[in-house]
Design a protein around this ligand. Structure first.
Ligand code: ADP
Length: 266
């Protein structure tokens, strides 16, 4: 914790900010962000999800929220609630099919607006879906915002793992704790176990493996994340176990931070 910079801001009213990152698109980062948010909610947390993948904001569709539904009556933007989760996405303020061509500084200020100007209610967790790669959004978030940690999402095949290693190197360099790695789309087609091996190689905690499963895809396409639709589904049970592991880690990080601050102040 002591490698944190003094200028990093936390978001008032939000206890833990966790980011979901990958170095590649299409590995299931947004699917993980939505299902993990619902899983954290199922274990009695107040949860929000922030779609920071401003190049392809998919969270509204995956949560079943229609464009234009972000309320902004005078007192600023309010998140939209879906499946018990507070959601904000650039996709909610933009008309559908609008390409986002934002330059670096605009992206950084757009992200900060979504974090600090939105009227989030009190939350235990805000899950942030990052764009793929070492983008301006990821850098801004890692440098300027007090994250509890990052979860790395990868598929099991070697090409994706190579990319995951790059994401890990970036967050390590910026001093952001890595909560662990999730293998997604585990299957005969993409392989099984590559994520666990990569986590072992990189010295990261392996959080679990989500299978390639049609029900997960259908859930995302129809706006009802699988964990919300069927919490007893084997993949939902894995999500809930992963949420539990992340919850325990975040509580530990919070305790370590408070004892560090106490020591610094005495
Ligand atoms: P990313 O955010 O990394 O670009 P998405 O979450 O948009 O990836 O996922 C890409 C596609 O793969 C989506 O159609 C999603 O429904 C599907 N998908 C993601 N994870 C799984 C899975 N475990 N099983 C089946 N389909 C999945």
């Amino acid at each position: 914790m002591n490698n944190r910079q003094d200028n990093q801001r936390s978001v008032p009213g939000i206890t833990h900010l966790i980011a979901i990152a990958s170095n590649k698109g299409g590995v299931g980062k947004s699917t993980i962000s939505t299902n993990l948010s619902v899983a954290l909610h199922k274990i009695e947390n107040k949860v929000g999800v922030l779609d920071a993948d401003i190049t392809g904001p998919n969270i509204p569709r995956m949560m079943g929220i229609s464009p234009g539904s972000l309320a902004s009556e005078g007192e600023g933007l309010r998140p939209v609630e879906a499946h018990g989760i507070q959601a904000v996405s650039l996709g909610l303020v933009l008309p559908p099919d609008t390409p986002v061509v934002w330059r670096g500084p605009m992206i950084a200020s757009g992200l900060k607006q979504m974090l600090f100007d939105v009227q989030w209610s009190e939350l235990d967790y805000l899950v942030i879906d990052l764009p793929p790669g070492t983008s301006d959004v990821s850098m801004t978030l890692a440098q300027d915002v007090m994250l509890s940690g990052v979860v790395i999402a990868t598929t099991p095949q070697e090409v994706s793992l190579e990319d995951a290693r790059k994401a890990v190197a970036m967050f390590d360099k910026l001093g952001v704790p890595i909560l662990g790695l999730i293998e997604n789309m585990s299957s005969e087609i993409f392989g099984i176990g590559g994520g666990k091996n990569a986590a072992d190689d990189l010295g990261l905690d392996y959080l679990g493996s989500i299978p390639l499963d049609k029900d997960i895809r259908v859930g995302s396409d129809t706006g009802v994340p699988l964990v919300a639709q069927n919490p007893k589904h084997p993949a939902s049970i894995t999500y809930i176990e992963i949420a539990q592991a992340i919850h325990e880690k975040c509580l530990m990080i919070k305790n370590e931070t408070s004892s560090f601050l106490k020591r610094e102040l005495t």
